[in-house]
Design a protein around this ligand. Structure first.
Ligand code: CMP
Length: 143
């Protein structure tokens, strides 16, 4: 077991439905600690850069459009195996395939409006965390 950090985003659909508190409660209950958080409304350019890895995918344009429809809550989560843990709590990308009790099963409405994003590997987290946060904005949990 390793302590890791991962990037979590509560997407515009879930923010718009006031599901922020319910989603964070699930993360915290599973032992993931928020060590940074920031609410922001992504520009088209920011969304394009953040999802650049999907540039060639047919859904890229719609994904960028959706991610700019309203504010998001970006967070850094820290904990044992945080990357995999967070993805398990989130559930499958497509809510119709997400296990019961996962965030996407309960709060997502489609594969596109799927409530949350989470880094899928240490390499991805290494790109996604500094995309939103400076080192100074990521805090130590001293208690
Ligand atoms: P996310 O975990 O943020 O990573 C990429 C996003 O693309 C994904 O969640 C989905 O919201 C979105 N997306 C839209 N259509 C698809 C698709 N067909 N396959 C995978 N991801 C998709």
């Amino acid at each position: 077991m390793t302590v890791q950090q991962t990037l979590s985003i509560i997407k515009p659909d879930a923010v718009g439905k006031n599901n922020i508190g319910d989603i964070i409660a699930r993360l915290e209950k599973k032992g993931l600690n928020i060590v940074a958080a920031k609410m922001l409304h992504l520009s088209k350019e920011q969304a394009e850069q953040f999802y650049a890895v999907h540039k060639e995918r047919p859904f890229y344009g719609e994904l960028v459009q959706f991610m700019t429809t309203g504010p998001v809550l970006a967070m850094v989560l820290e904990g044992e195996d945080a990357i995999l843990q967070n993805r398990e709590i989130m559930g499958a990308t497509n809510p119709s395939e997400a296990a019961p009790g996962t965030i996407r099963a309960d709060f997502a409405s489609s594969i596109e409006e799927n409530a949350v994003h989470g880094s899928d590997s240490p390499e991805t987290a290494g790109f996604e965390i500094p995309f939103f946060f400076t080192q100074e904005e990521i805090l130590k949990r001293t208690r």
